[in-house]
Design a protein around this ligand. Structure first.
Ligand code: DAH
Length: 339
């Protein structure tokens, strides 16, 4: 009996199964109903009593050795046959959240900031809630100017007047107040006007203001700056034209048109068959404005310009309903992914 136990242990120790199936075969061969161990236990009943204790011990030992080994093999092979990465659901979308896109107004603003940065302009910002001085009086608006009228301006308080700024020209005043000369700033921001909302008008919109004050700043500097901007923004073949105009804070004042990109100046429905598109207002800073803001107009001169960002975005992206810029409909916003 001891001899057979020894033999079985030796043969078992040489076994080296390669998969779960062979492990099962070994289990049946050794521990199954007709297995070696079962037979040994049957024979055990017939050995003399005085030998039972000793033989029983080695027999039980062999059984637990074999059982343990078979258990270990089973674990090893069931691990390795498990498909890798079973916790992952490969049918799910790669990343469940869509990335946002920049708003077209932000895109235009960023582009403008980049263009003017190249010419040495820095970004300057001011408050949206303003007083009469910064929005009107310091900019040479006469007392009875219609822009101060309740029709156009959202007043928060009267006497002293607190209001929502109607243009970013107020930031010119803020920069003249605070900054040392020379000044070369661009001022992007939101503005507010008491207008009925339609495809062509909105009560909130965005502007960018430019101001350059130094000794010997001339109209030629203004024109060259604007030509550079137009070519950068709308393409190198773009032409500009300046038409005389009026603003209380500039003298002389002008409005600038750019040649229509769509028809190349020949005339189409976008440019209303004129070949030109109106883009901005500009002029030489009125000496009154310089003096009102404590700058000696005999030594210093400057130019200023202001434009609507929605207007630029409309020309650039051919989106002509202003309301779309404010509704934040993702179907609209998504289209600007590639710009
Ligand atoms: N503030 C003007 C507006 O809101 C735009 C403007 C025109 C700004 C001429 C300027 C300028 O600085 O020189 O319509």
């Amino acid at each position: 009996m001891e001899e057979r136990i020894k033999q079985i242990r030796e043969t078992f120790s040489t076994l080296d199964p390669k998969d779960l199936q062979s492990v099962e075969k070994i289990r049946v061969e050794y521990l199954g109903r007709n297995g070696y161990l079962t037979k040994l236990f049957d024979d055990f009943k017939n050995i003399p009593n005085e030998k039972k204790k000793e033989v029983g011990k080695i027999l039980n030992q062999l059984k637990s050795e074999i059982t343990d080994k078979i258990e270990t093999w089973k674990n090893v092979f069931s691990e390795s046959t498990k498909p890798k990465g079973t916790n992952l659901d490969l049918s799910l979308e790669e990343y469940p959240f869509e990335f946002g896109t920049r708003h077209p107004i932000s895109l235009v603003k960023n582009e403008l900031v980049e263009i003017f940065k190249y010419l040495g302009f820095t970004v300057y910002e001011g408050p949206e809630i303003e007083d009469d001085w910064h929005v009107f009086s310091a900019l040479n608006f006469p007392e009875e100017h219609p822009a101060r009228d309740m029709q156009d301006t959202f007043f928060i308080e009267k006497k002293p007047d607190i209001l929502l700024r109607t243009h970013t020209s107020s930031v010119q005043v803020r920069s003249m107040e605070k900054e040392k000369l020379p000044i070369r700033v661009i001022c992007p921001g939101r503005v507010f006007r008491n207008e009925a909302i339609s495809a062509r008008a909105h009560c909130i919109f965005h502007q960018i203001e430019g101001l350059y004050i130094d000794k010997d700043v001339s109209f030629a500097d203004l024109k060259q700056t604007l030509l550079y901007f137009a070519k950068e923004m709308f393409g190198s073949e773009t032409k500009i034209r300046l038409r005389p105009s009026y603003f209380p804070f500039t003298e002389p004042s002008a409005e600038m048109d750019v040649s229509c990109k769509l028809c190349g100046g020949k005339g189409c429905s976008v440019c209303k068959y004129t070949g030109w598109l109106e883009v901005l207002g500009c002029g030489m800073v009125d000496p009154n404005v310089l003096e009102l803001n404590g700058i000696d107009s005999k030594i210093y001169s400057g130019f200023a310009f202001g434009m609507g960002l929605e207007r630029i975005a409309m020309l650039k992206y051919q989106v002509r309903d202003l309301r779309l810029y404010f509704e934040n409909d993702v179907r609209f916003l998504k289209q600007f992914k590639n710009y």
